[in-house]
Design a protein around this ligand. Sequence first.
Ligand code: FES
Length: 70
Amino acid sequence: MNGPDRALEDAVYICLCNGITDRAVQSAIEAGASRPCEVYQGCGCKAQCGSCTPTILSLLRDAREGAPRT
Ligand code: FES
């Protein structure tokens, strides 16, 4: 499959409440987000249940430490 559906197929949902994918989180981080609230803001939403916050913190930490994305 090619096109936009393929991109969504490969995406991993980080935040189910807001439908935020790993790619959206990475884009927000690359745009300058350095805290979870800034990631949510960069994705045009707010935290709801907060279950995804530890994962977002981990992605922020990886980005700060230059960890390779898998
Ligand atoms: S899973 Fe992200 S706010 Fe609930």
